[in-house]
Design a protein around this ligand. Sequence first.
Ligand code: HEM
Ligand code: FES
Length: 352
Amino acid sequence: MSVQYQAVGWNRQKKIYDSVLVAGVVSYLAIFTGAGFFIYPTATAEALLIRAFGTLALLLVHITLCIGPLCRLDRRFLPLLYNRRHLGVTTFLVAVVHGVFSIVQFHALGDVSPMVSLFISNTRYNSLANFPFQILGFFALLILFVMAATSHDFWLHNLSAPVWKRIHMMVYVAYALLVAHVLLGALQSDTNVALAVLLGLGLLAVSVLHMLAAANERRIDNLKTRAAAEGFVEVCDVAGIPENRATVISVEGERIAVFRYDGKVSAVSNVCRHQNGPLGEGRIIDGCITCPWHGYQYLPDSGASPPPFTDKVPTFRTRIVGDKVLVHPCPHAPGTRLEPALIESSWVRAIQ
Ligand code: HEM
Ligand code: FES
């Protein structure tokens, strides 16, 4: 949609999301520093703050990385995905406090500039125990900065979706740098069992969830479609698609979202124009397919966003034969209106 696009009607949800996020951040910092004074009575306030902000940033990175696969596995997690960019920006802000405090604490008292000191004070790259782990944190922070700075839709439109996506996939590089930052840093100088266990559990959760989500996607892609007449393929029974929802099928690598609404069936590409969100996991709100990620909307019969917006997705022909929904896998140009298949009124009554 246009740069000025406003997601429709979910502003209350957005406010709740941001309030929960801020409350979570403040509570974590208060509990960590409060408990830290008792657990480590000799630790300075600066050291506690560095640790509180560092561990919180790492926790937020884990949450960000887990939300994507969780939503692919279970739609109930979708509210977490909405506004995930605010989570990303918050992660950067928390991480920058940790980074700046660390640089001031460990590099500000020398006779070279703190930033120069960060890079030259330790060059023991051949030592695991004394590796210059702070430099790894610096590069992770740089990636978080680039992601936070380009998170607005302005950049998505100006950089193009593929470039934007590639930039944001760098979160995995940042994650690898952070794991190394902690393994080669805090865990070398300090036998902090809790941090080691949490890092291990986090790594396990991120890896397992990504593998499960990938297996789920492969299962959808590998479902055999049954060919029907004139190039159409069978999707499912009419009753297999809940009202105002979709079923997604994959034909020759193309995912198609087949929606049922108001006694009709229409099919569009499953890929949202905004950030490739899965349209088939959204629902029809106010007559429009509404992307579950950030609320972009498309008319189900034409795949076009309602005016004044101009975004469009490809559409596919649909048919209903007996109780079966069929779709033709050949995409029509984005925005092409196709007559929806009509569900016989006796069927509508039977499945309601
Ligand atoms: C310029 C960038 C960074 C610098 C200079 C830096 C520096 C440091 C230092 C000196 C420590 C050891 C602190 C101590 O044990 O007292 C540390 C630990 C840590 N850092 Fe960083 N860091 C940077 C970036 C990051 C980023 C981006 C993250 C996460 C998103 C992060 C997460 C952590 C964590 C989780 C620890 C372990 C905390 C603990 O000791 O309990 N750091 N960092
Ligand atoms: S609205 Fe953002 S991906 Fe669809």
